[in-house]
Design a protein around this ligand. Structure first.
Ligand SMILES: [Zn+2]
Length: 69
């Protein structure tokens, strides 16, 4: 078991995470149950970064302009 620290995006706390060691290189992302906000975060254990910290963006749909005659 290896431990690492990541920053909870909801609370801003530093939270300790852990993952099982294996023979393969470090997993790219591991799911962590956050002790601060009790949600699941997907974290890169190598640098403590979260997979998706950006807000879900609303992509504006291309509008049909029907004003052309
Ligand atoms: Zn959290």
């Amino acid at each position: 078991m290896q431990t690492f620290v990541f920053r909870c995006p909801s609370t801003g706390y530093n939270v300790q995470g852990s993952f099982e060691e294996s023979n393969s290189p470090l997993p790219t992302y591991v799911g962590q149950h956050c002790l601060a906000c009790r949600r699941l975060h997907i974290v890169d254990p190598r640098n403590g970064r979260l997979l998706a910290e950006r807000q879900p963006t609303t992509v504006p749909l291309p509008r049909h302009t029907e004003e052309l005659r």
